[in-house]
Ligand binder design. Sequence first.
Ligand code: ATP
Length: 341
Amino acid sequence: MKTYSVVEILGDGISAELSQSVHAICAVLPCRIEFVPVDLSLESRQRQGGVVYDSCVQAMQRLGLAIKYPTTTSEESPNQVLRDRCDFSVIHRPVATIPGIENNFKKTIDIEVIRVATGGTYDDPGMRICDEAAVSIRKIEKTPSRHAARFAFELAQRRGTHVVSTSKWTIQRATDGLFEEAVDEIRAQFPAIAHRRELFDSLLAGIIMKPERYSVIVTPNEYGDFLSDSACGLIGSIGLGDSASYGFDGTGRVRIAMFDPAGGTAPDIAGRDLCNPTAALLALANLLGFVGETASSNALRQALLCSIGERQCTRDVGGSLSTSAFTASIAERVRGALQRH
Ligand code: ATP
């Protein structure tokens, strides 16, 4: 049985229940996931100070793989600290329709947003230059753009699909022009993968009108932020999705991959066996896909989609199951699917 060592970053609120759910699913998989826990809860950070980040980052550098649960932001944002210390330069947000989740959108969407996680307007708070005006510097760099593009083309290759790059290169000629130039360099290395460019405003309209034309989308920081949140709005949930962050080595290979549920710590329901572990389990499915455990990844994703579609789910999405009962039913479905495989 293949074994993967994964840093498990424990946080606050519902974190412990999400972790139990992830462990219960791993127990039925045909591979072994060996978890190396690190406690990044607020209590642990306050007790140990910065040392806890040192051991977390060292473990991530050693193992290259991590799953993270929600953490409370206090003086510092743990997500920001990890992003800086692990040099995460690409964020991956899969967004797919979940049958059974109420939304205002009639169509089905299944996209992977690959976002450059650095630069854009987000690294610079800007400056007031007089009462009537302010400026900010928008930085686009080729290296993270290449990383994002390579990740997008490799993902499209694995999924048997195509890549769309999106920005405003006709207006932001220097910055977005540089981003698209980096995408073109990488594209030349993947002649079998179809690619097209779309202006970001027209892509937003396109996703609403013809979502089936989109699959893997690569884009600079702020556009990726807008796109992933608005796409989550289309599927009726920002809390049910997962996200992954990647840091790269000098050759452009992923050095650290961290998978996490997008939602918060939900302190109001923590410890009551009520929380929905879907986003954490989707993060696990993404991790499994990343390491090449495709059958397990697909089985888990399908089990989640089918269960929610049949209302065999937690209360927040219209069901009546507890966290543990929902997890047990997902584990049973995954086990069955993998036996049939
Ligand atoms: P944080 O400060 O960590 O963001 P929060 O309570 O301000 O915590 P969320 O964690 O996003 O914000 O929670 C918002 C609401 O959504 C809460 O009522 C919470 O119970 C609910 N919620 C969040 N996550 C889940 C979940 N996984 N399952 C069920 N309900 C959830």
